[in-house]
Unconditional design. Structure first.
Length: 190
């Protein structure tokens, strides 16, 4: 009989593995979160290692170009995190209620409008798809919290991920960096 795990697992290794397991559970929470009319246009991925650092690099590039320190600050959080969950949505699809929250008189008019990239995301976005994204984000962050994994929802992470085409179908992406340190790195930030 072969022992598959070492007899001693040091904190650093155990915590890293646990964060990745928690990330998988966060994907489930986002997937099973309620969606408008049961139509699922939410997209999710886990990013770690080189790909995670590429997001931080893109955030630093945006910070420099746009002179926004928040991108630089959040990039440091991404670098200091073990993993990042990306949750996006296909917001260019209407739900069909003709509510007008998107600024158009009908969903047909919304659907026929050419979607374009603004400064951070593609738009316009169907309000119901945006709500679905918010509910999925909350479900994922709640799951991390229940598992005692520090996390914070960050739109700037999503902006960089969108520019890197990490979720080609998404029109809006948010990121949730995850870490386990003696004190949360996502608060008391400068």
């Amino acid at each position: 009989m072969t022992n598959l795990s070492p007899p001693v697992i040091e904190s650093k290794n155990g915590e890293k593995d646990a964060i990745l397991e928690a990330a998988k559970l966060m994907l489930i929470a986002a997937r099973t979160a309620p969606k408008t009319g049961g139509v699922d246009d939410v997209l999710t991925i886990i990013v770690h290692g080189k790909e995670k650092n590429a997001i931080a690099e893109k955030m630093e590039e945006i910070a420099e170009k746009r002179k926004i320190e928040g991108f630089k600050r959040d990039a440091k959080n991404v670098r200091d995190s073990e993993a990042v969950i990306l949750i996006g949505v296909r917001g260019d699809k209407s739900f069909g209620l003709n509510c007008g929250a998107c600024g158009y008189k009908s969903c047909k008019e919304f659907d026929e409008t050419k979607k374009k990239f603004g400064q951070d995301f593609f738009g316009p976005t169907c309000i119901f798809k945006a709500l679905d994204l918010g509910i999925a984000l909350g479900s994922a962050a709640k799951t991390a919290s229940i598992l005692n994994v520090d996390n914070r929802i960050m739109y700037r992470v999503g902006t960089a991920a969108l520019k890197l085409k990490l979720m080609p179908e998404a029109t809006v992406i948010m990121g949730i960096p995850m870490s386990a340190k003696g004190k949360s790195i996502y608060f008391d930030r400068k």
